[in-house]
Ligand binder design. Sequence first.
Ligand SMILES: [Zn+2]
Length: 130
Amino acid sequence: MGAPVYEVAKEFVFSAAHQIRMHGGKCERLHGHNWRIRVYARAAELNRIGMVIDFADLQRVVADLCSRFDHQNVNEVPPFTEVNTTAENLARYVYLQANSRLAELEGGRVTVSRVDVWENEGSLATYREE
Ligand SMILES: [Zn+2]
């Protein structure tokens, strides 16, 4: 028997423009996506009512993060004024931000285990740490 792991996930969709710097192809031109973000939260122990985290609390964390980008040009939102706006980099950003928010909320019991970012149906980048 391995160590127990519980995971829950929440998805959020927002619309935003971006352009991939140095791409050299059509992705370098300004264009938009309906980005889909899925944040996985994990815990080895459930809270006193049997949850990793209330879905509503996780929803708030993800929605707050995504609201920075909704109907914006992601290239104009720090740190993406400097960091290239690939799905991979967005996944890492959301992972790190969501992790520190969960640490504040849950005192380290709940951590982010993975973030998925879809640019389009069928185009997915994942960030996690091992
Ligand atoms: Zn794109």
